[in-house]
Design a protein around this ligand. Structure first.
Ligand SMILES: Nc1ncnc2c1ncn2[C@@H]1O[C@H](COP(=O)(O)OP(=O)(O)OP(=O)(O)O)[C@@H](O)[C@H]1O
Length: 246
């Protein structure tokens, strides 16, 4: 079976503040797979993610998403591309002054011409998907940590993105909430056919959700392959990472 590439990163390098942060990064993200980006603190994962999300300009190398080189896109085209991408940040990023329902509706209200009724219908359907129907009228401050994550996930997928980025989604969750969040992420892939990129430090999550792993150290890809390949990898950093998790 040939895998379809959703993101192709070729020889991406970046310097910030005079320091080399990313060096010659190349890997692909494949259709309907969950790709986990791993690496120690400071390895360059967030900087890499920012390049994929268009938050940092490409200095050297190429990032191709849905077949288009993002550095060569016009502003309108970039805007359309980023509507097809959802982002789920570790702190949730919900606005405290709005209810959960209003928070989830916001991206659609700002970026679509859909009627209020239709938006409301979509919001309820996303809340159902993340098992959070009871939170529609609540404010973020009234939610538990696990509920906040699920609300943020509902907002990240409200525009039905084909590609979802999750930046440390499980940070700060207890083990049971973490398992249920992982199940949700797996459901998004299985039920909605999303391709998902996850940056995480949670080793238990990696075992549950990862199809493919990209391991970054000092701004370089030191390993890439399936979860099974990662578990048998001879690379020292990768071995150490999984050994310490045993
Ligand atoms: N805007 C910036 N200007 C200069 N240096 C930066 C900038 N952003 C990040 N860095 C540096 O780039 C390196 C990689 O940072 P990055 O945030 O990508 O690490 P990370 O792998 O995401 O770490 P963590 O797991 O702790 O989030 C760090 O040394 C950091 O200090």
């Amino acid at each position: 079976m040939t895998l379809r590439e959703i993101i192709k990163i070729k020889s991406l390098s970046a310097s910030l503040g005079g320091r080399n942060i990313l060096s010659d990064i190349s890997f692909n993200v494949y259709d309907k797979e969950i790709t986990v980006i791993l690496g120690r603190s400071g390895a360059g994962k967030s900087v890499l993610l920012k390049h994929l999300l268009g938050l940092m300009d490409i200095q050297e190398g190429e990032v191709v998403i849905f077949g288009k080189d993002i550095a060569e896109m016009q502003e309108e085209e970039q805007k359309r591309l980023y509507f097809q991408m959802g982002v789920f940040y570790q702190n949730g990023g919900l606005l405290n002054a709005l209810t959960v329902g209003e928070n989830i509706a916001l991206p659609l209200e700002q970026n679509s011409n859909l009627s209020h009724e239709l938006i409301d219908h979509i919001v309820w359907s996303k809340l159902k998907l993340v098992n959070l129907l009871n939170a529609y009228y609540l404010y973020p401050s009234q939610l538990s940590g696990g509920m906040l994550k699920r609300a943020a996930l509902a907002r990240a997928i409200v525009m039905d993105p084909l590609l979802l980025f999750c930046d440390e989604p499980g940070a700060g969750l207890d083990p049971i909430s973490l398992v249920s969040l992982d199940k949700l992420i797996l459901n998004l892939r299985e039920q909605l056919g999303m391709s998902i990129v996850v940056v995480t430090h949670e080793v238990s999550s990696i075992f549950r959700i990862a199809d493919r792993i990209v391991f970054i150290d000092s701004g370089q890809v030191v390993f890439q392959g399936t979860l099974e390949e990662a578990l048998q990898a001879q690379n020292k950093q990768v071995k150490n990472y999984f050994d310490t998790a045993k």
